[in-house]
Design a protein around this ligand. Structure first.
Ligand code: PLP
Length: 447
């Protein structure tokens, strides 16, 4: 009721309608921003957002229409930002979704949703406080304990996101006497976190152990060395060589930090992550990961590792100290997701089988899929335009996948990224492969 009334007032240009700030400074700012936006459009790197009217899952409904209405709705929603002629096309009513990080399908799992509702009812909407003032509830402590238990670490600390966990750890841990060695393709949040700290910075070539060793040798002059890597890299679906990294770390007396956002919950026999997959759970010192992907997909992140480190982060880590506590409903989702994974590895195993099905069928069809055994399956196409038109044509066939090109990935390495989920059926996967084959032949990606 309230929202409807507010929207009506806005549409009528009433009391709530936006007002442009006046004055020369505001006008100058507006001109500068508009020119910057135009540059982004001109560079072909504009990111538009699809508006979804259903829950996250393998089958999505887009906002704004049913069968036959998707052409106009799609254009209005930015589905076809470069092509107005698409307005006349109609898309299937349901979209088959292959581009979320919902690896285990827990985002809409009935028990996860019920746990969120129960936590909301029992603990309220939120804390209106940071953790150390008036913002720690029993469910926060329980979830931290569960995370540490899941990863077999001493303790864990929650953040509003893994971006925050990455932004908060390096500055709190490393001083100008120390060194951090980071894979060049690490996630933006690791790069930003490292920028914030005063340690000596080394960037080694992507997964290049010779280069890492050379940098470790150079870094011997510093008090402490920390090697930082993603466990699985989200653009290529490739997995960090953690065994080799840990061997080098041992040789050069370094610590290992792994960002497990694209691994927690499903890599390894019990879904513990890359360290379990590669048999180095006792060699990785610090893990940061997210609650916003496989673990229910709501939001939140964490660090897990040695107790004194977690204690220090509670005292010193700025995104933890100066940001609101995680809302109870979000905590409830993640906690239930972890319960499900601690009970059984069946969901993780089912996702692995689906991934294998997609990768082998696509390879048999003649496509090159980057990475190995990871649900991130980049279909390598090379040409940026080819990736864009194929992704658009896949959507015309009701399959939602995303094309990536420079500057998100290196020049000449454009691709369509497909992400598999445990809740895709075999039929969903086969439909996706068939559509890729048709579209690939049509556009010359396949003979
Ligand atoms: N690290 C990696 C490797 C990621 O892919 C992401 C999210 O895209 C993050 C960190 C940030 O996670 P969150 O969404 O919890 O902030």
């Amino acid at each position: 009721m309230w929202r409807g009334a507010a929207v009506r007032v806005l549409r009528a240009g009433g009391a709530g309608s936006p007002r442009a700030a006046s004055g020369e400074a505001a006008a100058q700012l507006r001109r500068r921003l508009e020119s910057e936006l135009e540059d982004i459009r001109g560079a072909g790197t504009w990111k538009s957002e699809r508006v979804i009217a259903s829950r996250q899952g393998p089958h999505l409904r887009l906002a704004g229409g049913g069968a036959g209405a998707y052409g106009a709705a799609g254009r209005a929603l930015g589905l076809f930002p470069r092509c107005d002629a698409r307005a006349s096309l109609s898309l299937p009513a349901g979209i088959l979704n292959f581009c979320a990080n919902n690896y285990l399908g827990l985002s809409s799992h009935p028990e996860v949703i019920r746990a969120a509702v129960e936590a909301l009812e029992k603990f309220g909407a939120g804390l209106s406080s940071v953790r150390f003032i008036c913002g720690t509830q029993s469910i926060h402590k329980d979830l931290e304990e569960k995370i540490a238990h899941f990863h077999q670490r001493e303790d864990a600390i929650l953040y509003a996101s893994c971006f925050d966990a990455n932004a908060g750890i390096f500055e709190a841990l490393l001083t100008p006497e120390d060194a951090v060695l980071s894979d060049e393709l690490n996630h933006a949040s690791i790069i930003d976190g490292i920028r914030l700290c005063k340690a000596n910075k080394y960037r080694y070539k992507h997964m290049d152990m010779q280069d890492l060793e050379a940098k470790l040798q150079d870094a011997q002059k510093h008090r402490l060395r920390l090697v930082a890597t993603d466990g699985a890299f989200s653009m290529d679906g490739d997995i960090a060589p953690l065994r080799e990294i840990c061997q080098l770390a041992q040789k050069y007396d370094a610590l290992v930090f792994v960002d497990e956002c694209h691994a927690t919950g499903f890599l390894g026999p019990n879904g513990r992550g890359t360290d379990e997959l590669l048999g180095v759970m006792d060699k990785v010192t610090i893990i940061n990961s997210t609650l916003g992907k496989a673990l229910g997909g709501a939001a939140g992140g964490y660090t897990t590792g040695p107790k004194p480190l977690i204690d220090l982060l509670r005292q010193r880590s700025r995104p933890y100290l100066f940001s609101n506590s995680l809302p109870p409903a979000v905590v409830g989702c993640a906690s239930k997701a972890l319960d499900l994974l601690l009970e059984s590895n069946a969901i993780a195993q089912s996702m692995a089988a689906k991934t294998q099905r997609f990768r082998s069928k696509m390879t048999a069809a003649g496509f090159t899929i980057s990475g190995k055994d990871h649900p991130i399956c980049p279909v390598m196409l090379g040409d940026a335009r080819l990736a864009a038109v194929m992704a658009e044509d896949m959507l015309n066939r009701g399959i939602y996948v995303i094309g990536f090109s420079y500057p998100v990935v290196p020049k000449g390495k454009a691709r369509i990224r497909v992400q598999i989920s445990a809740v895709h059926s075999d039929e969903d996967i086969d439909r996706c492969v068939e559509a890729f084959t048709e579209v690939g032949r049509k556009h010359g990606a396949l003979p």
